[in-house]
Each structure stands twice: as C-alpha cells, then as structure tokens.
Unconditional design. Sequence first.
Length: 558
Amino acid sequence: MPIRISVSHGEQLQPSGFEALLEQSNQLIKEDRFEEAEKYLLRAQAIVPDSPSVYNLMGFLAYQKKDFKRAVRSFEKALQVNPHYAEGWNNLGAAYLGLSRLSDAKSAFAKAVSLNPNLEDALENLSWVTEHFFTHSTKLPSLSACTIMKNEEQNLPRLLSSLSGYVDEVVVVDTGSTDRSVEVARSFGARVYFHGWREDFSAAKNEALERAQGEWVLFLDADEAMFPEDLKKLRLILTYTSHEAFMLPIKNFLDPQERTYMLNYLVRVFRRRPEIRYRGRIHETVEGSLVELGKKVFKLHNIFIYHYGYTDREKTTWKVFSRNYELLLKEIQENPENLDALSYLGRDCFLKGRVEEAKSYLRQVLTISRDFNFAVLTAHLDLAWIAIREENFAEAFVHLDTVREREPYLPDLYYLLGLAHHRKGEYPRALECFEKVFSVDYRKSKSLMVFFRFSWGDLYQKMGECYLVAGENEKAKECFEKASEFSEDNPDLLNNLGVAMVKLGDRENAEMYFKKALEANPAHPDARSNLFRFLLEEGRVAEARVLLSQMKEILEQK
C-alpha cells in the first residue's frame, strides 16, 4: 500500500498575503509543479517564519524528492510549533517509514490517530504498518460486542458473522424469542442470557452491559452489521484514544436494493464502566450518563454501522409505529417534559398521517425547551415539512430560517428549503437549495441525524424539473436518469424524461418514455397529452386519434 501523506493547514491562516501564497503553493503542489511551489513557500515563510503549514508543505516537497531526512526535519519543526497538528504527525510517520524507522513511524501514526480519529490517511497508514510489521506486538484493548434480541433468527447470522474474529466476546440478551434465535446465537459462540421483556429497551441493554467483560463495549442491534475493515480500524482507534466514547454513523437502508438510506449518529462504542448505562424506555441512549459524568465523546465519520431493519419500509413503519407509540406515551406519562419522546411521537404521528396530533407534540417541544437541542431541531424541521405540504410557506420559512441560523451544515435543511421554493414555483431558488444538499459538509453538523427527510430519487427528480424550467436540458436529463435508478416505474419521472428528450432532439427515446409513463399509469394526463402532441408533430394522426379515444374510455370509467 502506498503510504498516504496529508496536505493541510496547521493553523489559522493570516495575514491575507501569507494565506494567498500558501493557497497558491497548495495549488501548484496539486499540479505537481513542485519547484514553483517551493518559491511561493519561501515567500510565505518570509512573512510568517514559524508556520506549521509552511514547514508541513516543505516537508511534503522533500518527501516527494525522497529526501526523507530533510522531510523529517521539516515535519518536526511543524510539530514543535503545533504539537496537536494531526496531519503533521501522519506525515512525520511517512517520512520515518522512508528511513525504515518502523517503530517511530508507528508511534507517529498512532499519535495522529489519537489527535484526530477521523484522519483517514493516518488511520490507513497505522493499519498498514501494524498489519505488516507489528501484528503480534500490538496489544489491542479487549472489546465486547453486545446485542439484545427477540425472534431474530433471520438477522443474527449476518450480524454475528460480521463480528467473528474482530471482537473478544459476543454477549446476547434474549427478551423472549420463540424461534431459533438462541440456538443461532450460540452456534456463533455468543454467550446468551435471558431477560423478561418489561417494555423497556434500556433495562434489556443494561442487562447485557452487566454481563460484558471487555475494556470496551460495542453495542449493535440484531438487524445491523459492520464491515471487517471498519472493525479493524475501530480496534486501532480504541488502542490509542483518550476518549471515553464514540458516536458512529449508522446507515439505515430504506429499500431492499440499499439505494436509499437515512444516516444518523449514536454512541455505540464506549468504555465499560458501571456508571455508563442506557436510559429511556425507547430510543434509549447512553449519552445522558456520559454527559453527567463529563466524559469525552468523539464523533467518527468513516467507520459505519449498517442497519437493514427498514428495507421493507411500509411494513416496518407500521410495525415500529405500533410498538413505539405506546412506549413513547408511557415515557411521557412518567415525564411529561421529555423532549425526545415528544419529538419522536410527533414524527411518528406525522409519518402515519395523524397530522394534527403530530403538530401538537412538536409544538410542545418548542414550548417547553429553552435550548436549541436535537429535539428542537427535529421539531422545527418536521413542522416545516408539514407546513410545506399544507402550502403554509410563511410558517415553513420561519422554522427553516431558525434551523439555518443554528445548523447551516444540515443537508435536510436545504432539501426542505428547496421543496418549499419548488412548491411555490420559484425554481431558480429551489435549484440553488437542492444543489447545496450535495455541497454542504454534513460532517460539520451538530445534528445526530442527516439524510433522513428525503429520498435521493425525489431530490434528483425535483432538480431535473428545475433544470427543465431553466432550459438546461442535458442536466435535466442527467438528473432524471439518476432519479430513475431509485424509482424505475415512476410515471411523473418517465414523463419528464420524455420532455427532456424532446428538447434535446432525441425523439425516439422521447416517445419511448411517454409510452412507459402510460404503461405505469394509463391515466397520466401529462404523459398522454405530451404523447398526443408528439404524434401530431410527427404526422401520425391516426395514432393520435387512438390515444384520444383511449383517454375518453379511461375518463368514462371514472
């Protein structure tokens, strides 16, 4: 594996002249124009003599020339100025490796990972060096994987096989299975315990924590799994970290083809301590106990948990709603000001079409809370979504503007803003918002949930509609084609593809898409009128008449 070296800034860039020189040298390095880059760096160094960024880039240039001794000196100078410069430690490790100083290289990579576990270059380098040179001498902290289950025989093999060989033990708490779940779990070597169901997910999970023996705990649901490479990297992070817990991104797949997903973050990895326990009858977390203890929590971005429980979305939505609704009501009866429970109740009611009930719960969140927390964020977004559907755009923008002030890095915000402008017919503004969904860096968001209020197919379709209005037909076609990857038989989408093809002069495919739209929905008015107009333009009058008579029959049947 080629060692990965990082080029980034190790300080706040100032003054402006210095920043411009540094940016220019960065650009030249990207173009492999190293001699020119060095001239700009020397000019920058004349302005700021002890800049870690300049030292780092000088080291990078020396590394490219395989002058590893000079590279080491430059990286060491950068770290003398800024000892917390994770990229600098990674690069120093790469230079040490060039000099065959393996132990020093490993230590430098480990330091970079301890400072920034999200620095992918350092994590890849540390993983590679450990695997090739230090496999037997690196002592990893022990890790217990825990889960609770009830009738999960179909899901358990995927979960337990993904953990095999990468954790020290698997602890399973069964809450009343009547299928082969216990037998399956034991066949994978899991230790199985029993805990009667008390309508309390925290109680069951805390039973698993009582049984775990590792230094660290990884808690997964029975319908989840992880990739081996991610587990290997996670073990390395745990080896060198000073943090007490990690949030992991969870990809919740929403269709069997795993094309659409919701992404949320939860603390799933934490040191095993008796004071760290789950709270909440439902939507249970350990975050509350960690906050009270003042423990450090780090948000990882590149090590994923994959959740497969929502792939049959309609079936799951009703099942989850039926179960969650009663548990959330009990939670609120015990604590009427439980903001998370009120927020979840509001969203669940909205998804099941109980809109007025949803509004009531969501507005209670905003009335009770004095802070801008996750429950308040989601209440604003859900109320905005409801307002857009009801075409109450003034109210929608009030909620969305409130979110934008506090959470400018949230993709869902820009989707809802785009949706509001789209519904109002303000297509240029809608397109601007939709495009920002892709450009905004969601990793900077403080939200625990992103990509959860829309499907990619819907987003691409609406962008295509905006591009059509703007006359950017090629871009419209590209968006509609991407949307069709998520929804192949959507008559609106197929009709729009036909329109885009007409405007691009591809009349053969235009006719095909109009006909496909009518196959999906024979009564689709736009597709039928577009095909009728198309046939007339082609001089195919007899076929147009047949189309009209078919439409007449459809209308009479209604």
